[in-house]
Ligand binder design. Sequence first.
Ligand SMILES: Cc1cc2nc3c(=O)[nH]c(=O)nc-3n(C[C@H](O)[C@H](O)[C@H](O)COP(=O)(O)OP(=O)(O)OC[C@H]3O[C@@H](n4cnc5c(N)ncnc54)[C@H](O)[C@@H]3O)c2cc1C
Length: 288
Amino acid sequence: MADLYAPGIPARVTDYANSVKKKFEDNATKSHVRERKEAPGDLPVLPSGVSRANFNSAIVELRKIVDGHVQLVDQPLDDGWYLHRPVTHDAFPLDGEDYFVNSAVCAPGSTEQVQAVVQWANKWLIPIYPISMGRNLGYGGAAARVKGSVLLDLGKRMDKVIELNEKSAFCLVEPGVSYYMLFDEIRKSGKDLWIDVPDLGGGSVMGNALDRGVGYTPYGDHFGMHCGMEVVLPNGEVMRTGMGALPDSNTAHGSANTWQLFQYGFGPYPDGIFTQSNYGIVTKMGCE
Ligand SMILES: Cc1cc2nc3c(=O)[nH]c(=O)nc-3n(C[C@H](O)[C@H](O)[C@H](O)COP(=O)(O)OP(=O)(O)OC[C@H]3O[C@@H](n4cnc5c(N)ncnc54)[C@H](O)[C@@H]3O)c2cc1C
């Protein structure tokens, strides 16, 4: 079950990419789809300590929270590829086994829905794992570190460039904004801005910064160039970092708002604990 759509990838590159991919597929000696070893009644695989009855009840509740955007991982595992990234499992397991397999995938559509999903996970004691686009394939892609986790595919519905500011040269993005999308948004706006990218443009700008990824220009330290985060904490509360923590720090950017202008704010600087950590789910991020 790979995604049938290619999030964050513009139409101008998909035809060419698909034609190249087809050449590889035509010569492939190994199927990219793996049948499940488990009996149908044992699918989806559940996280340790969660009964099937509880899981099923929890999923009914989850569907209501995220407007029905829930998919169970109970089908054969399709490795997909970079454009149609697998959101179900690790397509490149080191030991060849299907250990890193999710139980379900949900796609929240707002920060409020992410908060509700976190509270849902606490209530049912079900592990969750967030991705932005899940294209860091060499590091496990969209597969959670705990077998049977529910994946939060943030990028699927939360994919807006909220602000593109030419005067102060920053943007405020949601998890599903890829480098391609940000580039296209800048071109469309006609603003005199440019971006730093890693090797491939289909990853998330936010996901890459949270992974402490690197690009090629003097702005290549992507976490170093972030400015302000909105984070859903493990108890479901929302925290904004830097100047975003101050009163009047709404995303409408009133005159008093300096959320994307000064990274450090006042007092302790907590942003780093949300990188390579999964200590919180980042729902908005500013980038310089
Ligand atoms: C062939 C190839 C070449 C690449 N070259 C480069 C390169 O040159 N430089 C480079 O830096 N990268 C490189 N990458 C990595 C790629 O750029 C990243 O995959 C991408 O930018 C990160 O975004 P993502 O959406 O894929 O991250 P994801 O896979 O979604 O997430 C990465 C990690 O961050 C966590 N995370 C993601 N979003 C959130 C969130 N909103 N809140 C909390 N935690 C979150 C995830 O749990 C995961 O652990 C390459 C990847 C490939 C496949």
